[in-house]
Design a protein around this ligand. Sequence first.
Ligand code: ATP
Ligand code: MG
Length: 394
Amino acid sequence: MYSAFLIKYAEIAIKGKNRYLFEDALVSNINYQLKTVDGDFHVRKENGRIYVEMQGDYDYDETVTALKRVFGIVGICPVVLTEDEGFDKLVEDVIAHIEETYENKNFTFKVNSRRARKNYPMTSMELNAALGEKILDRYPETKVDVHNPQVMINVEIRPKINIYSVEIPGPGGMPLGTAGKAMLLLSGGIDSPVAGYMISKRGVTLEATYFHAPPYTSERAKQKVVDLAKKVACYSGPIRLNIVNFTDIQLYIYEKCPHDQLTIIMRRYMMKIAEHFAKETKCLGLITGESIGQVASQTMQSLAATNEVCTMPVYRPLIALDKQDIVEISEKIDTYETSILPFEDCCTIFVAKHPVTKPNVEYIKKSEEKLAEKIDELMATAIDTVETIMVEAE
Ligand code: ATP
Ligand code: MG
């Protein structure tokens, strides 16, 4: 029934001369998301507004779902766009909009008129009053409430007249492609897909690295990570995923180092290798799903020890979130069900019963000296034998 959507985006963040870059990225990302939706869509910019217009039939729910995945959008408003053909025609269009949108008219409302075109023959106040009266006449069961209306009927006099009263929340954030690239350390858990989503939401393009340990970890565990990347890619766009064989490095650490330090030392080598790939493809930082105190390897001391090997910024968007908050986001972005599938992770296999919770970096470095003989060669092999795939949204 609607032939257009009005797209609202946060304007405060984008004032100034870079605004068009932001808007162009948003238009291109909307087009990208709509590519797979049935319908003939035309996305256009007009005076600080973005409209999505449809020719003929289209799937409303699929279209809204697609738009809800476009970072930068704060509101999606199904809108009636009409030519200015006088007040009586405007009344007709407003009534038609209410008729089609609300089955039950038992609501309080307010008309909110705005004129971007000041030569319109009525002022906003006059329009509010006159339209309000017509609505009350037509639907006596409605009531006006100017302070806290259940339905806000927006009427904007622009080149065309815009009538809308429904605003579906978008994801917010910044459009993809406006912030650079970062390397996500993606495991099969609940946290790292959420971390990737959150950083991507700020406009950052993602790459990812996953460490597996065949035959200790299975093909299914690897497929689970690919599936998670597909879910994140629904929002972030295609993700280049590096799959690194970590087995020999893990076995070597296991052989040479104190077992209570295994997790920290492994994590340090993961960071180093991920950073290698990150530099190769001009990423500006690493992303992990760590959160203070969640497990032994995420105490402040452990985080400091892990961080110590990195030369790039490490972005940890979950750092202050509770597990429950993270779970809620994973449910919202539909990664939760995949994350909880019970496949072994490379870190859990070699994990110590009593890992250190307050590692001292100097002791860790001392332990790592025992790896001097072969570690460089093992790292080089892990890097050389990487399997890299492009993961697209599913
Ligand atoms: P997640 O739910 O993301 O697996 P977690 O709570 O299991 O997190 P850890 O296993 O301690 O936490 O991992 C901390 C972070 O280290 C992860 O969020 C992820 O960014 C990275 N990481 C852990 N294991 C791997 C792996 N096998 N491959 C790539 N990154 C990993
Ligand atoms: Mg994990």
